[in-house]
Write a protein of this length. Structure first.
Length: 332
């Protein structure tokens, strides 16, 4: 048997293994929470991670596109980002999209060194078809990199990633709301979790009632590109999620940062902007946020934002602090 055939057989077996694990709910949760000192959980959220084109060339040169921000990210117990480029070797570009992103599996070691959980709920996960998307899920599992917002079928795509850190049980969810909707998972095919209000509310409630989560955080892919204010739809859905039990709502997709608000004591960060992404000349498109969140079983205690700016290769560099907000008085 050729090496290519052995690889294909191995991948097929891994797909089948992952499918069975997801179907039975036995996909293992990996240990986290090994970095930050103190009793509270420190989480970091970053926006769009696109590991081809300029950032891809940086990786090919043996450089690390996370290098300038790694120290800040490594202060957190858990680091979460939106994986905006498919990671696969198979498939062909689908539809008539202007931009399609597919990174080689060689990017995985760098990604898993800097990020603990990714959301795959975005409008580029299906760029090369369902088989390529399924391949990516297998590769993420092999790398020990948990994901949310996608799965081998509709039910799996809506499952949260649940983990415990410092005695706090946290559930992360991911949803896409930007077309094409053909990337959505179905009853028996792989894809992303689409944002349907009724289903999102049910998922948030289920994260508490079935999974026993203390904290529930949806990571959204939504909004209009290049608009720096969240639109009416985003605001209504964010508030609906908080009303359903979300402790915080985080978003990306517009390729710019957007405004923030606090609703019923829960923070909403509508768009973190790009984080590793090239192809833009406007400062707004090259500016992203690194969101620091400190929480415990009572909810988010405070949060702040480190601003980064991407160079022409799409590599982020820190440029200062933008916002700090305490939501609750410090405990004695």
């Amino acid at each position: 048997m050729s090496n290519w055939m052995r690889g294909a057989v191995s991948l097929a077996l891994s797909v089948a293994t992952l499918a069975g694990a997801q179907e039975s709910g036995t996909v293992p949760l990996l240990p986290m929470c090994q970095r930050a000192a103190g009793p509270d959980v420190h989480m970091v959220f970053v926006g769009d991670l696109m590991l081809v084109d300029g950032p891809g060339r940086v990786l090919q040169q043996g450089r690390d596109p996370f290098a300038a921000v790694a120290a800040q990210m490594n202060q957190a117990d858990v680091r979460v980002g939106n994986l905006e480029s498919l990671i696969a070797t198979t498939g062909q570009p689908v539809g008539n999209k202007l931009h399609t992103f597919r990174a080689p599996p060689s990017v995985l070691p760098v990604l898993q060194r800097h990020v603990d959980v990714v959301t795959v709920a975005n409008n580029h996960s299906g760029d090369f078809g369902r088989a390529a998307f399924g391949e990516m899920l297998v590769r993420l599992e092999r790398a020990g990199l948990p994901y949310v917002g996608g799965g081998r079928n509709l039910r799996a795509a809506h499952e949260p990633h649940v983990f415990s850190c410092k005695g706090v049980k946290i559930a992360l969810l991911g949803y896409n709301e930007y077309f094409p909707r053909t990337f959505e998972a179905g009853p028996d095919w792989a894809g992303v979790a689409w944002s349907e209000d009724e289903q999102v509310v049910a998922d948030i409630r289920r994260a508490r009632t079935v999974h026993g989560a203390d904290i529930v955080i949806p990571f959204m892919h939504w909004g209009q590109e290049h608009e720096q204010e969240a639109d009416v739809r985003q605001r209504a859905l964010a508030r609906l999620m908080v009303d359903a039990g979300a402790d915080m709502v985080v978003g990306s997709h517009p390729h710019v940062v957007q405004d923030t608000e606090v609703y019923r004591g829960k923070p909403i960060v509508y768009s973190l902007g790009n984080f590793i992404f090239d192809g833009y000349v406007e400062v707004a498109n090259r500016t992203g946020w690194l969101l620091n969140v400190v929480l415990n079983r009572e909810g988010v205690q405070h949060w702040d934002i480190d601003v980064v700016r991407m160079d022409r290769d799409g590599v982020p560099h820190p440029v200062g602090r933008r916002l700090h907000q305490a939501l609750r008085a410090p405990q004695p």
